[in-house]
Design a protein around this ligand. Structure first.
Ligand SMILES: Cc1cc2nc3c(=O)[nH]c(=O)nc-3n(C[C@H](O)[C@H](O)[C@H](O)COP(=O)(O)O)c2cc1C
Length: 271
């Protein structure tokens, strides 16, 4: 599917049909995980299919998810990172989102679920004695049909003008300039990427021939890097459609504080 259409319709699904996914499709999910790991030599991360979602849900009910609201689904994918280096966190999220795109193509719906606050002993009990870092699982299955008479919930997004800076932090970009550079559509659609609690911490700074990815925050937390990895993935995919085939390069982190806000430089993209 064209990435812009995919993003426009992409949403987190939190209510799943009480129906398992056919074994043939679960095998395709396994195969997608294998192919992803092989193609990109991902040896510092693992994505593991957890078939018996009922078990996982009953162990994490009241503990996983925002404020203990665990998402119930027939199956999950566990994302395990071998270390907490910044690029491992960024690319863990990047490749998880790539996998999500594949699951969507298979007709499956998904929701990221945060499990970072769960006690480590319980994590070992549920995910396996030898796990290293598991902060997220992906709930997946078939979306429960909604009542056609209720209005569809939609998560608001910030405007391109609030997200893209021109030359320096805070200077609003001119949308015509972005359009002339072939960037307006990319920024328009990339806003539909998911983020933790829909906080949308991403900011882009266009300077010289580069786009810098910044994270805007009041209090730093590692989860922000997960949100950054997700948008890096979508940005690259959308840029490919515009014929721009560069890749993000992780940059040495610089912090720049204004009075009530900090910005952290995460990666840069050569135009
Ligand atoms: C890293 C990450 C963690 C998330 N954790 C949870 C979670 O624990 N529980 C939940 O209900 N939604 C979770 N979400 C879903 C976000 O709340 C959702 O993406 C955001 O509100 C935007 O909504 P949308 O995905 O429907 O566009 C998570 C999303 C991301 C990217």
């Amino acid at each position: 599917m064209i990435m812009s259409n995919f993003l426009r319709n992409r949403k987190s699904v939190r209510e799943f049909k009480n129906r398992i996914v056919e074994p043939r499709i679960l095998e395709d999910v396994q195969e997608s995980i294998r192919a992803l790991k092989d193609e990109y030599s991902l040896d510092n991360m693992d994505f593991r299919l957890y078939e018996n979602g009922k078990n996982l849900y009953s162990s994490l009910e009241g503990k996983g998810g925002y404020a203990g609201v665990m998402i119930e689904s027939p199956h999950y994918i566990i994302m395990e990172l071998a270390d907490k280096k910044e690029d491992t966190i960024l690319y863990g999220a990047y490749y998880m989102e790539k996998l999500i795109t594949k699951l969507n193509d298979m007709g499956l719906s998904t929701c990221w679920v945060s499990v970072s606050n769960i006690d480590e002993n319980l994590k070992k009990e549920v995910f396996g004695e030898h796990i290293v870092h598991v902060d997220y699982v992906l709930a997946f299955g078939y979306e429960k049909l909604r009542n056609p008479f209720t209005t569809e919930t939609f998560s608001e997004r910030i405007g391109v003008k609030d997200m893209v800076f021109d030359g320096e932090i805070g200077r609003v970009s001119n949308l015509d300039d972005l359009d002339n550079k072939g960037l307006l559509d990319i920024f328009h659609y990339v806003r539909f990427a998911p983020s933790t609690k829909n906080l949308q911490p991403w900011r882009f700074l266009i300077k010289d021939n580069k786009i810098q990815l910044l994270l805007s925050y009041k209090e730093w937390n590692e989860g922000l890097l997960t949100d950054a990895g997700i948008i890096m993935y979508y940005f690259e995919e959308l840029a490919k459609y515009q014929g721009i085939k560069s890749q993000w390069r992780i940059v040495d982190i610089v912090e720049c504080k204004t009075e009530d806000n900090c910005y952290r430089y995460v990666a840069e993209y050569e135009l």
